[in-house]
Design a protein around this ligand. Structure first.
Ligand SMILES: C[S@@+](CC[C@H](N)C(=O)[O-])C[C@H]1O[C@@H](n2cnc3c(N)ncnc32)[C@H](O)[C@@H]1O
Length: 331
């Protein structure tokens, strides 16, 4: 678990770690806000009124932005937060960080397309289900030599174009995988038809990431046309029954991205054991030490500590940028 999300870590340390490890290079605003909070006892006293699990920077900042906190310097943010604390706290108590990033489909797609189809895909920790439509988006893969490879849905270009820089021997697909059935599981599925849920999904996107916000809106429009079922519940409890509902003739692929970090170690182990036992292919895209055994199977540790590892059936196959902006296929 990251220090910023670990309830056993002191608030100052959680915000300091978030500034240094997660926000640096990703969001100037959040780096400033988090470093500011870590050095500001009055603001930390407010945040410490929340249960420890709800004090995480990403949740507090997203709730603040939902209520109108303006991107900018820390002193203005601290003053704003004092004034609007009761609204922000109420949102923290009723919401969770459920960022849904359709851009992650760009790193999943080559692995999906290489599997024998037709496919039945199940996403655990699906949020609003925007990663359950990999065959309905267009892709622009940028190669190291400057060339580009486009891939479109079978019925033509999608309004959602996912950009991804690729390196290594990536098996870029010539055509979309055939997906005949799809479903998800989430503790608290978000609804693409709910304005409140969409406002929360937008607030979860970091301030400077305008491209991700417009992509989110476009992906929501795609998802609205083809609703998928997302079962409410814990992934460990629900997965076996959902797999049993998939069409018999399809290859069932269970996948997850940025999810297992929310589970404690026994639950991660339980999930990994289910993936080994059940008749599925298992595609994971998670932080480096999150999926049991995966990091240990890498020949060398990734240079970037923020990189995710994409693994098929527990074997690492690629390193990925956490929002799907880059894919490095392993040899
Ligand atoms: C950061 S979001 C990622 C959403 C999506 N996979 C993506 O990459 O865009 C993590 C999601 O996992 C869900 N989640 C966390 N723990 C879970 C569990 N034990 N069972 C089911 N869903 C869970 C959360 O509710 C949240 O929607």
């Amino acid at each position: 678990m990251r220090a910023s999300t670990d309830p056993s870590v002191a608030t100052a340390e959680r915000y300091r770690a978030f500034a240094k490890v997660e926000a640096r290079g990703m969001s100037v605003c959040y780096e400033r806000w988090a470093a500011g909070v870590a050095a500001d006892p009055a603001t930390m006293a407010l945040i410490d009124q929340l249960p420890a699990v709800k004090r995480q920077p990403n949740l507090v900042f997203s709730a603040a932005r939902l209520h109108g906190a303006v991107v900018g310097e820390y002193p203005q943010f601290a003053a704003w937060l004092r004034e609007h604390w009761s609204d922000v706290a109420a949102t923290c108590l009723t919401h969770a960080t459920q960022t849904n990033e359709p851009g992650r489909c760009a790193v999943l797609l080559p692995a999906l397309a290489a599997l024998a189809g037709p496919l039945a895909i199940i996403e655990v920790g699906a949020s609003a289900g925007l990663c359950l439509h990999p065959d309905r988006y267009s892709y622009r893969y940028r190669l190291a030599d400057g060339d580009e490879r486009m891939l479109h849905p079978t019925d033509g270009p999608s309004p959602v174009v996912l950009d991804c820089a690729v390196t290594g021997p990536v098996p870029l697909p010539e055509r979309m995988p055939k997906i005949v059935w799809r479903a998800g599981i989430d503790l608290h599925p978000l609804d693409v038809h709910s304005d409140a849920d969409l406002a929360w999904l937008e607030a979860l996107i970091w301030p400077e990431h305008d491209d991700r916000r417009s992509r989110l809106r476009a992906a929501v429009a795609v998802a609205r046309q083809e609703p998928v079922q997302i079962v409410t519940g814990d992934l460990n409890d629900q997965i076996e029954a959902l797999i049993a509902r998939a069409p018999a003739e399809a290859t069932v692929v269970v996948f997850h991205t940025a999810v297992l970090a929310y589970l404690n170690e026994p639950d991660r182990n339980r999930f990994a054991a289910q993936m080994t036992r059940l008749p599925v292919r298992w595609l994971s895209n998670e932080g480096q030490s999150v999926v049991p055994g995966v990091l240990e199977r890498l020949a060398e540790a990734p240079a970037l500590s923020s990189a995710f590892i994409l693994a098929l059936d527990g074997e690492p196959i690629a390193l990925t940028q956490p929002h799907g902006r880059a894919l490095h296929w392993l040899g």
